[in-house]
Design a protein around this ligand. Structure first.
Ligand SMILES: C[S@@+](CC[C@H](N)C(=O)[O-])C[C@H]1O[C@@H](n2cnc3c(N)ncnc32)[C@H](O)[C@@H]1O
Length: 221
C-alpha cells in the first residue's frame, strides 16, 4: 500500500493580526485544558465565541474539501455549529456532537436543519460504520485523543475520512500528546493513515486521515 503524504504550507499568507489572535486562542486553550475548566468556560462563552470564530476562517476550505455531496458528516466538539452551517444542504446528514449544553443551544438556534447531539466524543452514541466523514476543529485536545480516535474510527465507514485541526507542537510540555511523533503513533495505533498535512500559520496543523481497513494495516491492500 502506498500512502501519499502531501505536505505543504498553507497557500495563502496569514496576516500577522490573525496569527496574534491564534496565539491568544492557543494560550486560552492551554489554560482551559490544563485547569479542566472546559465545561465552565464553554457554558459562559457561546455568544462571544461566535464573534471570534472567524479567526480560523482560512482553514474552513480545507475541511469543506473533504466532504463529498450526499455524505453523512459528524463534527465532534461542534461548538456553536460554525463549520456545519457551511455544509448543511450539501451533506445528506449533518451531525454535531457537543458536550456543552449552552454551545448546543446556540447551534440549534442558528441551524435547525442539522442534528445536534449532546454527548462526549470519548463515548460516541452512533452505530458503527454510520458516518462517511468526521471533523474535529480544535476539539480533540480537550480529551484523551486516543479514546476519541477509537470512537471516531468505529463510527466511520471503511476508508472514511477524518479531518482535524490541531495545535502545532509549540508547547510540548503542555501538549505531550501532540508532539509530532506521539501524534503519529496515536493515529497509527487507532487505525488511521495520514493522507494530507497542511501547516496553517505557525501555530496549527491541519491533517486529513483515512480510516485504514484491516487488510491495509496488514500491508496487503
Ligand atoms: C475550541 S471549541 C471548537 C468548537 C468548534 N469545533 C468550532 O470550530 O467552532 C472546542 C469545543 O469542544 C467541546 N468539547 C470539549 N470536550 C468535549 C467532549 N468530551 N465531547 C464533546 N465536545 C467536547 C467544547 O465544549 C467546545 O465547544
Amino acid at each position: 500500500m502506498s500512502v501519499r503524504t502531501d505536505k505543504r504550507h498553507f497557500p495563502r499568507p496569514i496576516p500577522l493580526w490573525n496569527e496574534a489572535v491564534m496565539a491568544l486562542i492557543h494560550l486560552t486553550e492551554v489554560l482551559i485544558i490544563k485547569t479542566n475548566t472546559s465545561p465552565v468556560f464553554y457554558r459562559l462563552v457561546p455568544k462571544p465565541y461566535e464573534s471570534f470564530r472567524p479567526w480560523s476562517a482560512f482553514a474552513d476550505d480545507l475541511f469543506l474539501s473533504t466532504l463529498r455531496s450526499g455524505q453523512t458528516i459528524l463534527e465532534v466538539g461542534s461548538g456553536t455549529g460554525y463549520l456545519l452551517r457551511k455544509v448543511t444542504g450539501k451533506a445528506t446528514r449533518c451531525i454535531g456532537l457537543e458536550l456543552s449544553k449552552e454551545m448546543l443551544k446556540l447551534a440549534k438556534k442558528k441551524n435547525p436543519q442539522a442534528l445536534y447531539v449532546r454527548g462526549d466524543m470519548t463515548n460516541l452514541p452512533f452505530k458503527p460504520a454510520s458516518v462517511d466523514c468526521s471533523w474535529s476543529m480544535g476539539s480533540i485536545l480537550y480529551v484523551d485523543p486516543e479514546r476519541a480516535l477509537r470512537e471516531i474510527h468505529q463510527a466511520l465507514v471503511d476508508r472514511g475520512t477524518f479531518a482535524v485541526l490541531v495545535e502545532r507542537y509549540i508547547f510540548p510540555a503542555f501538549f505531550p500528546w501532540f508532539r509530532s511523533t506521539r501524534l503519529r503513533e496515536v493515529f497509527a495505533k487507532t487505525g488511521f493513515v495520514i493522507t494530507e498535512e497542511v501547516f496553517v500559520g505557525h501555530l496549527y496543523v491541519w491533517l486529513k486521515l483515512r480510516k485504514a481497513t484491516r487488510s491495509s494495516l496488514a500491508g496487503v491492500e
